[in-house]
Design a binder for this molecule. Structure first.
Ligand code: HEM
Length: 465
């Protein structure tokens, strides 16, 4: 038989096929010697899928997958594994976690995300930026997280909480069931709408609110998300190379237009409010005045797109995390009458002293703080934290060294968040951590604040670096 003008035999075809299969197979296992070469104990991977076969097939949640890996390393302080073909190090020892997140922060600047900010402009936000650009943006946005700014937003919070109370009254009068999870999602949506976008999202009052629908849609596992996961089995960069966007165009336009229209309205009508979008608008103005060199790769210049992306991340990072935490907190309170009564007493007494629920009175509610921290310990919201090595790092007490690009993951399993332990303890001791005396005995109880405090710790490192 002839092909492309050459005479080929069945043996040639067979040889070609075997060679192709061998090359594909080699590609599927080519990274698997990574941990062995470094002398790090690792979990045996399967070709192409590493240790995430069930995750890739959609039959396992990422948190369960990480938990399985966490458990595999039993009493080890860390261990190597593979997300598809990419090597990762699961760090379990609180000392080491603290070292990576805080002390050696300059070696682990990045979160290791692979997003294409040109393809997905909404991804050009704090959570996805890397290196000096993240640092520059973080420094610019740090004032937005200050307690002073939060204080000014108190009236906006209270307006939304009043709407929630209205909804509860209405439902109880009609003897209707209250969907706590949905109500908390609506509350969080409205608070973020007001504090970040400066808009009345009205999802508590309006059951068909467009913003609530948008929030629900964004959190759904779409075919797009599944396709991106599938393409990542071959390479983390493949979705970007093939132009498979993270968000569809209509969602992207919705948020970009929302922010742009709000800014335009404020500029045209000389309106100013105490919210996040205003802070960003002021920062944008400062950047324009400073005339930063656009060629300077280490500096981030706040333009319209970046402004939209970073307002969007407040929506994404803020509403589901808050709503889920509140839902679990209310669930736990319903199961623990004694704790609920004690908390109610604290809230009533503090509000009586201050005459209102505001920043100052909430800050005094110590027991409330512990109840929320405990909720986050028991029901961690962020599945895991990932850091990418940006400067070679010697694993303390070992000959192994992480190179630039190696990724490290931490799993906020309740076992390591159990108070008064230094390493792994299986069972959660919920009531213990609600006692005032049970102060965490290790600084890495950042996890007890569900790693939310990681932001604060990073901020410290940032100001020192
Ligand atoms: C219970 C509620 C929340 C939890 C548990 C939570 C958790 C976290 C965690 C763990 C991180 C660090 C991720 C990492 O380093 O890889 C993070 C970052 C972030 N969160 Fe939250 N979060 C919550 C609420 C919010 C809210 C309400 C907002 C804004 C409205 C927000 C905005 C952000 C932003 C912008 C970052 C990125 C910070 C940076 O890169 O420096 N979060 N959050």
């Amino acid at each position: 038989m002839t092909a492309f003008g050459y005479e080929v035999s069945w043996f040639d075809i067979f040889f070609l096929l075997v060679s192709m299969l061998a090359v594909i197979y080699y590609f599927g296992i080519s990274t698997f010697s990574h941990w062995e070469k470094k002398g790090v104990k690792f979990m045996k991977p399967v070709p192409f899928f590493g240790n995430t076969l069930y995750l890739a097939m959609g039959s396992q949640h990422i948190t369960d997958c990480h938990q399985e890996i966490y458990d595999y390393f039993a009493d080890d302080a860390y261990g190597g594994w593979f997300a598809n073909r990419s090597p990762l190090l699961m760090v379990k020892d609180p000392e080491l976690i603290q070292q990576v997140i805080v002390k050696d922060f300059t070696h682990f600047y990045d979160r290791g995300t692979t997003v294409d900010m040109k393809l997905d402009p909404l991804n050009a936000n704090l959570l996805n930026m890397t290196g000096h650009r993240w640092k520059s943006l973080r420094q610019k946005l740090t004032p937005a997280f200050s307690s002073g700014k939060l204080k000014l937003m108190s009236p906006q919070f209270n307006e939304c909480v009043d709407d929630l109370c209205g909804l509860i009254d209405e439902k109880t009068q009609k003897n209707d069931l209250i969907d706590v999870q949905e109500s908390m999602a609506k509350l969080a949506t409205d608070v973020i709408g007001s504090c970040a976008f400066g808009l009345q999202f009205n999802s508590l009052k309006n059951p068909d609110s467009e913003f609530r629908r948008m929030g629900r849609d964004i959190m759904k596992t779409s075919w797009r998300f599944k396709l991106r996961m599938f393409l990542r089995i071959v390479s983390d960069n493949l979705p970007s190379l093939l132009g498979v966007k993270a968000f569809n165009k209509s969602k992207e336009d919705f948020f970009i237009n929302l922010v742009n229209d709000t800014m335009k309205y404020r500029e045209d009508n000389k309106v100013e409010r105490n919210d996040f979008i205003q802070i960003l608008m002021n920062l944008k103005k400062m950047d324009e005045d400073m005339q930063i060199d656009p060629k300077n790769e280490n500096q981030v210049i706040l333009d319209e797109k970046l402004l939209a992306a970073n307002t969007f991340i407040f929506f994404i990072a803020g509403f589901e995390t808050t709503a889920t935490t509140l839902t679990f907190c209310l669930f736990e309170l319903s199961q623990n009458q004694e704790i609920q009564d004690k908390l109610r007493k604290e809230v009533q007494a503090t509000v009586e002293r201050h005459g209102a629920i505001n920043y100052e009175s909430t800050k005094e509610m110590e027991y409330l703080d512990r109840v929320i921290a405990e909720t986050l310990r028991k029901y961690p919201i962020a599945g895991s934290l990932i850091r990418r090595c940006t400067k070679p790092w010697q694993i303390p007490g070992s000959k192994a060294k992480l190179e630039v690009g190696d990724r490290v993951v931490f799993q906020p399993t309740p076992s390591i968040m159990t108070p008064n332990t230094t390493l792994i303890r299986k069972n959660s001791t919920r009531k213990d951590s609600l006692k005032k005396t049970s102060a965490p005995d290790h600084p890495v109880h950042i996890y007890r604040l569900e790693m939310g405090l990681a932001i604060v710790l990073e901020q410290d490192s940032l100001s020192k670096s």
